[in-house]
Unconditional design. Structure first.
Length: 528
């Protein structure tokens, strides 16, 4: 590793709080960064090779999974990724949870030569997960053992979840025996019809029933009286799933019923608060959605450039976006950006980036300085917040007066260009990719330039497109994307993008994307 690479790596490690290891397969020695040595608790000269000799250092319950993950990664037909969460015995005798990640480097025959990866201490998160699991277990124990009826029903009023109490009330052993059944399978028609009508009303209006007293009639049994609380069952996005509720016998369980009613009211209030926060997040995301470029054409100096885009967020809170920035009558800037992950956190980073973009508009004619300024602003924000996030980006400047397209990539796949029926992905001149935004302060960015005469069509894309997986977990891959763009190069720009999206969806196991997808394309032609 040369000096510049080491310096860059150390800066990245400071930003991410991770350590790096580097192992040549089959060798006893392994390289650890200072951060890894600190995590392992060993000085450099006596640090063990945990990757090659894990038996003495990893917990016996995690050892098999780790060894299998390593073997799979080194296999010639593997996905080149090592991923494992393991407990490591520190020299002080305590167990620490480590997230171990690695990428395999292979020769031309696919043989694994080297693995480079990272260590990060995830003990706090693991302890929190175990605590959460215990909390869920205790909650289920409570639900199954309290002498009241607790249940969830789908939109057709079929039981989805039921506790032991209600199962025994219906003469069954467990709540699983009720799944798929309705009140009509147990009660008399009068009460079953009333319950169904009530639940339809709750789902239509989102209005709960709280502390409603009802008579239950049975076939061949005496009527019973219960106090009922029913509410709309919503997922975390506010989508209706059905209803849920509790019922208790008025004569025997008044005190218990009051306790659970209070709990239900607290749950309702939390649900209302959550809905308000989610609604605000939706409004922010809607405000940040990119505007359409339909019909946008840049004409000057006997040239014409037309644009098209496709934007497919994986959730309501997306992390991909693009910006089109007019610079002059014959010059325009295009930015495509992909924030790590998606959801509320990614949406917040998007809003920060948009603010930084506005701040850097004076340098919009220079891709390297434009990305440099955005990176400096994002690094400063993330360091103050003590958050590790990053964004990849491509920024292009189309200058019709000069007849050039200048571009700079920040950890992002380079654009794909078609010229005279031949389609290829652009590359960096020195072969060294620029770092992603938000990782390394004071990081320089390089600009490449290509003549507009060498472009018929150019497509910029985010990784949600080529990383879509089929049922076997195989990604679509860049080669398939390049081939699809070439196959549709004679179609108009909008039809070509639609074909590309459809091609990726057909590859997907679920018929859709698990990550955000943003496509931006331009056609270069004569303006005469």
């Amino acid at each position: 590793m040369d000096g510049d690479s080491k310096d860059r790596l150390e800066l990245a490690l400071q930003a991410s709080n991770e350590g790096v290891w580097d192992w040549f397969v089959g060798e006893d020695e392994i390289y650890y960064s200072d951060r890894v040595l600190k995590l392992l608790g060993y000085p450099k000269e006596s640090a063990p090779n945990v990757i090659a000799e894990p038996t003495e250092y990893l917990h016996e319950e995690d050892l098999e999974d780790f060894q299998q993950s390593l073997a799979d990664a080194l296999s010639p037909d593997a996905a080149d990724n090592l991923a494992a969460d393991c407990r490591y015995r520190h020299p002080d005798g305590q167990w620490h949870w480590f997230r171990i990640r690695g990428v395999v480097v292979r020769d031309d025959q696919g043989k694994a030569l080297r693995v480079v990866g990272s260590f990060i201490d995830i003990s706090r998160r693991k302890i929190a997960e175990i605590s959460l699991e215990e909390e869920r277990y205790r909650l289920r124990e409570l639900i199954d053992n309290i002498p009241v009826n607790v249940y969830y029903k789908d939109k057709e009023s079929r039981f989805v979840v039921a506790n032991t109490s209600i199962a025994r009330k219906f003469g069954k052993e467990s709540g699983e025996d009720l799944v798929g059944k309705t009140d009509h399978d147990f009660f008399g028609k009068a009460h079953a019809d009333t319950a169904r009508a009530d639940e339809i009303h709750i789902m239509e209006t989102r209005e709960p029933q709280i502390n409603v007293i009802q008579r239950e009639n049975w076939d061949g049994k005496e009527d019973t009286w219960v106090e009922i609380t029913k509410l709309p069952w919503l997922d975390r996005h506010g989508n209706l799933l059905g209803t849920f509720g509790i019922t208790s016998d008025i004569t025997k369980l008044v005190k218990t019923q009051r306790l659970l009613t209070n709990a239900a009211e607290e749950l309702r209030q939390r649900n209302v608060a959550f809905e308000e926060e989610l609604q605000l997040a939706r409004q922010i995301q809607q405000a940040l959605l990119p505007s359409s470029v339909e019909g946008l054409v840049l004409r000057a100096h006997d040239r014409e450039v037309s644009f098209a885009c496709r934007y497919t967020p994986a959730s309501e809170m997306a992390g991909d976006f693009y910006e089109v920035m007019p610079i002059s009558q014959d010059c325009i800037g295009v930015l495509v950006c992909d924030v790590m992950g998606h959801g509320v956190r990614a949406s917040l980073i998007v809003s920060m980036l948009r603010g930084l973009i506005e701040k850097e508009r004076d340098s919009a004619t220079s891709p390297e300085w434009f990305l440099y300024g955005i990176n400096e602003g994002l690094v400063s924000i993330l360091e103050r917040a003590d958050v590790t996030l990053f964004a990849t980006a491509v920024y292009c400047v189309i200058d019709l007066k000069k007849g050039t397209l200048s571009y700079s990539c920040a950890g992002h796949p380079a654009p794909i260009v078609t010229r005279l029926g031949e389609t290829n992905q652009l590359t960096h001149g020195d072969g060294k990719p620029n770092p992603a935004l938000g990782l390394i302060p004071k990081s320089p960015y390089t600009t490449e330039s290509i003549s507009l005469d060498d472009i018929d069509r150019m497509v910029i894309f985010t990784d949600g497109l080529h990383e879509v997986e089929d049922a076997e977990g195989q990604q679509l891959g860049l080669e398939n994307i390049i081939q699809q763009i070439q196959d549709t190069s004679k179609e108009n720009i909008d039809d070509s993008l639609d074909s590309l999206i459809d091609h990726a969806r057909r590859h997907s196991a679920g018929g859709d994307f698990d990550d955000d997808v943003c496509l931006f394309a331009l056609d270069v032609g004569s303006g005469l």
